[in-house]
Design a protein around this ligand. Structure first.
Ligand SMILES: Cc1ncc(COP(=O)(O)O)c(C=O)c1O
Length: 391
């Protein structure tokens, strides 16, 4: 329609899967939802005495806005990194109302209209939309699976040579669960710094390694070799997306860091969108007295172990390696496409999964599921999926 901008020309038609889901819900069918990724609906023990009390301090009745965020909150973020052995200056941290806002600020900081950034595919679908509404062109670089996930570094270099302004990494990636490993990291950092491009590392899933003990690769917040923006927040770390608190850590060569911070400070000053109560609560929340990171981590590891054991009983399906994060990627027989599989699983078995095409898998028979769903629902869903293969 002529009245609206081309950047909002979206297709609002419900697809077949969402229409079928709506019809089933209307009928009152019990759906085993293996796409649930809203942590506040997954039965975690939030211990309101800590979470809500942290929000009720009288300091929140005073409005003293700071474009980077209240110093005590930024110091608490620095403290969170120092517990991982990373020393940060709170002045190099900027608070945002969630990580999506952080992406918006960074795309506005780095790109003119029609500039491009390199995005990894398969990947988080929202990133293409965030590029689109900021008039940035997403250029896709492939991750492919050969026993593990590997980034096409040659394709990345082509995008950098064509002047991509940034390399966007989700570390570990959603939904493949692959961390940017050491060799890839060195290549990416070397290429980005010689091309004069920035690195954006979205680390919302970094605190959720699958092997339990340590993330498979370090945070990019330590990278000083090129301008680097490390994004994280409490929506995944503490399972609190509704509090809308994220942050950007800026690292790199000092002149570039200073330039980026003054500009980001000005961008943020135009909105001042992070609420005072959540900033005042952050020092207490980040101590995680309710043990939320551990509760969520334990859930995803249990669900994945269950899925690995049960899917191991048939050669019809294959669980593709994931080293961290909240999702599992399952390869189903190629007798149907991913969309057909998602449709059949919902229609015949009342199990909801994501078709891989949502994340831009090139392979045709991949489905994706969330690992944070309650164990009982998750296990019943997996039993039903596998019963389709006589397991
Ligand atoms: C890759 C990635 N980044 C960020 C987020 C969360 O963003 P926010 O902090 O805005 O809730 C998600 C949520 O699914 C995600 O998958």
């Amino acid at each position: 329609m002529g009245m609206f901008s081309a950047r909002t020309d979206w297709d609002f038609q419900p697809n077949e899967l969402t229409s079928l889901l709506a019809a089933k819900r209307l009928r009152g069918d019990e759906i085993l939802d293996l796409t649930e990724s809203n942590p506040t609906r997954c039965g975690f023990d939030y211990q309101p005495q800590y979470t809500l009390e942290a929000l009720s301090t009288r300091r929140s009745l005073v409005y003293e806005p700071h474009p980077k965020g209240i110093l005590s909150a930024r110091a608490a973020v620095a403290e969170y990194y120092s517990r991982q052995g990373i020393a940060l200056d709170p002045d190099h941290i900027i608070l945002t109302a969630g990580t999506s806002e952080a992406y918006g600020f960074l795309l506005r900081l780095l790109c003119n209209g029609r500039d491009s950034v390199a995005l990894v595919k398969p990947g988080y679908p929202l990133l293409d939309y965030l590029c689109q509404i900021n008039d940035v062109i997403p250029r896709h670089v492939r991750l492919s699976y050969h026993g593990g996930w590997h980034l096409d570094l040659q394709a990345l270099n082509v995008e950098l040579a064509a002047r991509a302004k940034a390399v966007v990494l989700v570390h570990p990636n959603n939904p493949t669960g692959s961390y940017t490993e050491q060799n890839e990291r060195e290549n990416i950092v070397a290429s980005a710094s010689s091309a004069g491009a920035a690195i954006l590392s979205d680390e919302v899933f970094h605190p959720f390694p699958m092997d339990g003990a340590h993330p498979a690769a370090p945070s990019f917040a330590t990278n000083n070799r090129c301008l680097t923006f490390t994004i994280n927040g409490i929506s995944k770390l503490l399972g609190l997306p509704q509090l809308k608190l994220g942050w950007i850590v800026v690292s790199g060569p000092s002149r570039e860091v200073e330039g980026a911070i003054s500009r980001l400070e000005m961008i943020s000053d135009l909105f001042l969108s992070v609420g005072t109560p959540v900033q005042q609560a952050l020092p207490l929340l980040l101590q995680d007295p309710a043990g939320l990171t551990l509760q969520i981590g334990t859930r995803i590891r249990r669900n994945r172990a269950y899925l690995a054991t049960s899917s191991g009983k048939t050669s019809a399906v294959e669980l593709l390696g994931g080293e961290g994060g909240w999702y599992a990627v399952l390869r189903l027989p190629r007798i149907r496409t991913d969309e057909e599989w998602a449709h059949v699983l919902l229609k015949e078995w009342n199990v909801l999964v994501h078709p891989g095409s949502l994340f831009d898998f090139e392979e045709e028979s991949i489905v994706v599921m969330s690992l944070i769903q309650k164990e009982e629902i998750f296990e019943r869903g997996i039993v039903r999926i596998l019963s389709a293969f006589d397991v």
